[in-house]
Write a protein that binds this ligand. Structure first.
Ligand SMILES: *Cc1c(COP(=O)(O)O)cnc(C)c1O
Length: 459
């Protein structure tokens, strides 16, 4: 460990250095992400088309491809102050353990009760729902982080929150459920018998333990059929990436204080929101030709949307009630194996990141579950933080990059996003510790079957 370069272990910004605006990378993108399409007419969906599902102000953000900076309302800034700025940590102890000349930094987003970055967008979505005079919001949750974040945000602004939780998680993670209920949310296992789509799925697949795609369909149905309610989503959408840019803006400001420029930026990618938020300000510079960075998305080998998916229009949900989005996808019928990184088990990917990847502005790699947990364990033992399985995908690749530097002697600067903590994932850690964790990788045949069911869209 060397503190020679006079960089502290933790770089904190002050409260007034919390960004006052989000940065909208679409304004700088030469090829804009493709618009959402109405599944019935295949026409791009405009403001009026989306009003029955989403909050008005959030639709404006969703459709805004031109405004580079969008003001963060004061009430949201006040909430951000409770847990932001989040620390940027120089991983001195990890560098020493790896005996690498690389300099490793991570932006830690697990310092709030929800335990992940998802609160950054949850609070925004609850705020605009409240401001519009709505009674409440509905959503889905898989692993439970998003549901927890939204419950906290809804409690803060005094609106109702109905969470449809994938049945398998509902049963396996009773404590996640109780956190949500403590914050006042109602939590229903999905598929339920309360919705048309839930009853249909239950009839077709008796005893099913659900999927994220089913839970989304249920939450959307309830929002559109209940007066005063709208649906909110914790990832994938352009607006969510926008809100998450507080991560990247803070990280960049903290590094600039010490004159540090990252060579490689790494993040895990489920729906793409934390990665999009972390890289946006750096990507903006890259697109404008001001700086160059290597940007790497890390996904699970069990759910490899970028590395093995198709860039095509697809449904965001299994029930096919949501708009079509153009993204890297494994097909909305693809049900990933029971990987322990619940937050990365989504068939699609953010349209913004999909376009950037398609244009060659970023790379993607997939990693296997056991190697991810090995990295998580190594990280926990030296850096102290018990990482979420999702976040540990980024740790895996950051360690691999640092080990490459050891071989070549290069002193690269690596920045990665540490999205959250793993206290509710101890069953997964237990499996790993007991040597009972396996790696499932879908075959080409399996993926092909799912691709064949993609909706054909000619534009
Ligand atoms: C949900 C989640 C992710 C993945 O979601 P993205 O939208 O891709 O960021 C990653 N890490 C944690 C801790 C999560 O809760």
């Amino acid at each position: 460990m060397s503190y020679d370069d006079k960089i502290p272990y933790k770089i904190y910004l002050s409260e007034d250095e919390i960004p006052k605006q989000w940065y909208n990378v679409r304004a700088d993108m030469k090829n804009k992400p493709a618009p959402l399409l109405n599944p019935a007419t295949l026409k791009p969906m405009g403001y009026e088309d989306l009003r029955s599902v989403f909050c008005d102000e959030l639709i404006k953000q969703e459709l805004d491809d031109t405004t580079a900076y969008i003001d963060i309302p004061g009430e949201i800034l006040d909430f951000y102050k409770m847990y932001r700025p989040s620390p940027l940590v120089r991983a001195y102890c990890l560098e020493k353990a790896l005996d690498t000349p690389a300099k490793i930094y991570y932006k830690f987003e697990g310092n709030n009760t929800s335990g992940s970055h998802k609160l950054n967008s949850a609070i925004v979505q609850a705020y605009y729902a409240k401001k519009q005079g709505l009674k409440g919001v509905t959503t889905e949750t898989g692993a439970g982080q998003w549901g927890t974040a939204l419950s906290m945000a809804s409690a803060y602004f005094g609106i109702d929150c109905k969470v449809y939780m994938v049945k398998v998680s509902y049963e396996q993670k009773p404590f996640r459920r109780e956190v949500m209920r403590t914050y006042g949310a109602s939590v229903t296992p999905s598929p339920s018998m309360e919705t048309e789509i839930g009853r249909k799925i239950n009839a077709e697949h008796p005893g099913t333990t659900g999927s994220l795609g089913c839970a989304i369909s249920e939450a959307v149905e309830v929002a559109t059929k209940t007066e005063g309610y709208r649906y909110v989503l914790g990832s994938v959408l352009n607006q969510v990436l926008l809100h998450q840019t507080v991560i990247g803006l803070e990280a960049k400001a903290a590094l600039e204080k010490y004159g540090v420029k990252p060579d490689v930026i790494i993040g895990c990618a489920g729906g793409g929101s934390n990665l999009g938020g972390l890289i946006s300000p750096f990507m903006g510079e890259k697109i404008r030709g001001e700086q160059d960075y290597r940007i790497v998305a890390v996904e699970p080998a069990s759910c490899p949307s970028f590395t093995r998916g198709k860039f095509a229009y697809d449904f965001c949900d299994t029930g096919m009630v949501c708009p079509l989005a153009k993204m890297y996808t494994l097909g909305s019928n693809f049900i990933p194996s029971a990987s322990h990184a619940g937050g990365l088990r989504y068939h699609g990917m953010s349209p913004i990141l999909s376009q950037l990847y398609h244009d060659g502005l970023m790379e993607a790699v997939s990693v296997e579950q056991t190697s991810v947990f090995a990295a998580a364990q190594q990280f926990a033992r030296v850096e102290g933080i018990l990482p979420a399985p999702e976040s540990s995908h980024a740790i895996r690749v950051a360690i691999d990059e640092a080990l490459k530097c050891k071989e070549t002697g290069e002193e690269k600067t690596i920045l990665f996003g540490l999205t959250g903590t793993g206290y509710f994932d101890m069953v997964a850690y237990q499996k790993f510790n007991d040597g009972e964790m396996s790696d499932y990788i879908p075959t080409d045949d399996e993926l092909q079957k799912s691709f064949e069911r993609l909706r054909k869209v000619d534009l």
